[in-house]
Design a protein. Sequence first.
Length: 328
Amino acid sequence: MTAFAGDGRHRVAVLARDGVLPFELSIVHRIFGQARTAAGAALYEVVTCAPVPGEIRTDADFTLAVTHGPEALAEAQTVVVPGSAADHQPWDGPLDPPLAAALARIRPGTRIASICTGAFVLAAAGLLAGRRVSTHWRSSARARERFPDVTFDLDVLYTDDDGVLTSAGAAAGIDLCLHVVRTDHGAAVANEVARGTVVPPHREGGQAQYLHRPMPEPRTSSTGRAREWALANLHRPVTLRELAAREATSTRTFTRRFRDEIGTSPGRWLVRQRVERACALLERTDLLIDEIAVAAGFGTAGSMRLHLRAELGVSPSAYRATFRGRDR
């Protein structure tokens, strides 16, 4: 069966595997399917294929009837691999033979992309070695252990490393596909696709703003009183000498014990706590940015802006717009 019509449109093949996530699969069809010329002609042709055509199980309560096989990968100019529920199961061995054989049919020079944990498949096939890539932050520790020859970047929503593209979580697949459209046909076309999908043409920041990363709490602690006092006084300057005094020890001894127990320095811990406090206030209150900066102990909106950009990659107003739905 011929997968593509051969009418000049850019050929995109989406590889559906057992346990495929339907949302990630549909992103590719939705974004590329809307890209059109000024005269209304479709710019992409998208087909779904499988290592073995037939009924494909999804992670939902329905299956997919996929009629195209791996021949579509050999004909495609862009190949996209969405995530699958199977990616969240422990596996250290080689790819299943049909999947490995299917990926081997991709021609040299083909643009290859993954959405979320689809990067695991590309990495296992040796297609990501030495590259900077992204995947979902929840899978990052396992990914780094499983694929030490790949650099996983959690500070971005997607990466584009010389024609090999990867996205973070599922929704970041939208950002990645819009980036491809923008690269191929310019911002005007990509912006029209974004409007049709009712999503931003480009999201500010990276994955960091979506991570919840509380500092670890030790079971036994010789710095607990100091940390409790600091959290009650985040609105004011807190010095190392004051923290050490709460535990009746020298600053040097306190710093050593703190790092042993918490895994970071007191100063770094304070910044993280101030950022957490600021984020909570941005999400849950109507306080002005200047008021939040004072309440979180940054003193000024400018200082808070610098710290949030360093920690999360976004400004306070952008963070509030994302998680509260309005900008102040």
